[in-house]
Write a protein that binds this ligand. Structure first.
Ligand code: CUA
Length: 321
């Protein structure tokens, strides 16, 4: 469409880069609505100003008689705006339908939102906290939430969909540009909503950086890395880092620095030693023992995390002295 200002590869004043197949259509419709609105705003304001000045009440004259009717004018100002809004509805609704119905063949990735991080699950069971996708392939995301309503938003793909607890929602896109793009939560979900930010990494089709290579390498980390390094990776990819710092600062959860083996006071007054079994229980049943001064807001990882990953995580926590 002639109104488009955006060129693939770079952002504009209004939009980030167009990094998915349908992004240009979304932008075209936005510019169409914008320019139609600007045109009519200026037209109406100009005529209004002229009339206000020209037909103002003058002291020395009697009120002017208004014309009662002008059929040609009335048809013109009814038909043209009607045609414009019908076109806006048609373009918006057809694009909406195409975005709701994924193509027959898509690469499906599971998305789990929780306060306040994202988990992405690939068909081989591997989980990450950053979304990785192949370029030029139809990718669908099957999304659900562990707690409250979140919203999956990738501005560069012009893709946004609510992520709702107790049900699945779907979205799909076809990335057209290799690179890293922002992924936000676009639904207010509590204290750290504004920090519920991650990235989408779009991999090239071939070569050492390809999606298949990355998935094969990254899935294998438990057997390749030392327990401490593997545990650090679990800490990041499972979203622990969003709430638990390793530098001593307190977040939505307590820090992990220098706490191994210490005695901790719980909200119910009891004392618990920060050891292997306490860590394991807190991952699987986070509300069983809550540290004094903190809210019981951590979601459970029961059924979502492997024992090997918990063991690696314990090795990492032990190393934070
Ligand atoms: Cu999750 Cu806002």
């Amino acid at each position: 469409m002639m109104l488009t200002l955006a060129q693939a590869g770079e952002g504009t004043f209004w939009f980030p880069a167009q990094a998915a197949e349908d992004a240009a259509k979304v932008d075209d419709l936005f510019y169409f609505v914008l320019y139609v609105s600007v045109f009519f705003f200026l037209l109406i304001m100009t005529i209004l100003s002229i009339f206000v000045i020209r037909y103002r009440r003058r002291d020395d004259s009697a009120p002017q008689k208004s014309p009662s009717h002008n059929t040609v004018l009335e048809i013109v100002w009814s038909v043209i705006p009607t045609a414009l809004v019908v076109y806006m509805f048609y373009a918006g609704f057809t694009e909406y339908l195409s975005k709701r119905q994924p193509p027959a063949e898509t690469y499906e990735i599971g998305v789990t939102a929780q306060k306040w991080s994202w988990n992405f699950t690939y068909p081989n069971g591997h989980v990450t906290d950053v979304l990785h996708v192949p370029v030029d392939e139809n990718v669908s995301v099957l999304m659900t939430s562990e707690d409250v309503i979140h919203s999956f938003f990738v501005p560069a793909f012009r893709e946004k969909m609510d992520v709702v607890p107790g049900r699945y929602t779907k979205a799909w896109f076809k990335p057209t540009m290799v690179g890293e793009f922002d992924l936000f939560c676009a639904e207010y979900c509590g204290t750290s909503h504004s920090e519920m930010i991650t990235k989408v990494v779009v991999h090239p089709q071939d070569g050492p950086d390809s999606f298949e290579e990355w998935l094969r390498e990254d899935s294998d980390f438990l057997s390749k890395l030392s327990p401490v390094d593997a545990g650090k990776k679990v800490y990041q990819m499972r979203g622990c880092a969003q709430c638990h710092s390793t530098d001593g600062t307190s977040g939505n959860g307590p820090t992990f620095k220098g706490v191994w083996g210490t005695e901790r006071r719980m909200a119910d007054g009891s004392a618990v030693t920060f050891d292997e079994n306490y860590v394991r229980e807190s991952i699987l049943q986070p509300k069983a023992k809550v540290l004094v001064g903190y809210e019981p807001v951590m979601p459970t990882f029961q059924g979502r995390i492997k024992d090997d990953e918990i063991t690696a995580l314990i090795a990492f926590l032990k190393s934070l002295q």
